[in-house]
Design a protein around this ligand. Structure first.
Ligand code: NAP
Length: 247
């Protein structure tokens, strides 16, 4: 028996990066995964990679900030599968810049995708989870939302907001047996960080007690735990997957 056998899981921003890693790990654990991402081509490619490996996967091209489209897609998913067990709000972006020079458009875009997108997807999914009196929602925040970072005021505010949103949603939904938790990843090896020099990576690692960057699998494993019965008594929490960066 795999840990997510028979579970229907929606993962946003899952055509690549951490989201795709979560989708792959979930599929390996027996879940039917539904990938949501901006580009139809990227969604098709990600779904093909999983179905070619005989996993259960499907997908939709959508922007998480588009309320009407998300509502329509989630309804379609519920009608097709009869339930939605897990939502992972993973879609996220950065538009870095020092506060003094930050463009209002860059503030708005980051807040919209990272925070409002999480609100929209959570609001749309909760009605289906409430019907079944069961569900797990996992919001991908960041250590930056806990400790702040120069040049990332918009991103830090969006991720700090995600953590506060997680606690509030957990309190609202607990009586319906819907658990809401957040994960705050630290420095994770992704396509972006793969382009950094060994020296830069070694410098980052020095600040991390476990002395290495995290892997996408480290984040995905935590997502499996927070959606599985192993975490049945955990809600409203933010789990740092950061090698001990913030203690
Ligand atoms: P990534 O590689 O940039 O992937 C993000 C995915 O989300 C992309 O496929 C992107 O599509 C999609 N996306 C962007 N805006 C969207 C929208 N409005 N609607 C739907 N999909 C959208 O990012 P990542 O590094 O894997 O990060 C994933 C999450 O982890 C983010 O929330 C990020 O803040 C968080 N995080 C990452 C790290 C890290 O070290 N990487 C650390 C802490 C937290 P396009 O490619 O078309 O833009």
């Amino acid at each position: 028996m795999k840990r997510l056998d028979g579970k229907i899981a929606i993962i946003t921003g899952a055509a690549r990066g951490i989201g795709f890693g979560i989708a792959k790990t979930y599929a390996e654990e027996g879940a039917q995964v539904i990938i949501i991402d901006l580009s139809q081509d990227a969604v098709d490619e990600a779904v093909k990679t999983l179905t070619d490996a005989s996993y259960l996967a499907t997908g939709f091209a959508a922007d998480v900030t588009d309320n009407a489209v998300i509502e329509k897609i989630f309804k379609q998913i519920f009608n097709e599968f009869g339930k939605i067990d897990i939502l992972i709000n993973n879609a996220g972006i950065t538009r870095d810049g020092l506060l003094m020079k930050m463009k209002e458009a860059d503030w708005d875009l980051v807040m919209n995708v990272n925070l409002k997108g999480t609100f929209i997807c959570t609001q749309k999914v909760c009605r289906y989870m409430m019907k079944k009196r069961s569900g797990a929602i996992i919001n991908i925040a960041s250590v930056i939302g806990l400790m702040g970072n120069a040049g990332q005021a918009n991103y830090a505010a969006s991720k700090g907001g995600t953590i506060a949103f997680t606690k509030s949603a957990a309190k609202e939904f607990a009586s319906r047996n819907i658990r809401v938790n957040a994960i705050a990843p630290g420095f994770i090896e992704t396509e972006m960080t793969a382009r950094l020099s060994e020296e830069v990576i070694a410098n980052y690692a020095k600040a991390i007690p476990l002395n290495k960057m995290g892997s996408i699998r480290d984040v995905a494993n935590c997502c499996v735990f927070l959606a599985s019965e192993d975490s049945n008594y955990i809600t409203g929490q933010t789990i740092q997957v950061d090698g001990g960066l913030i203690m």
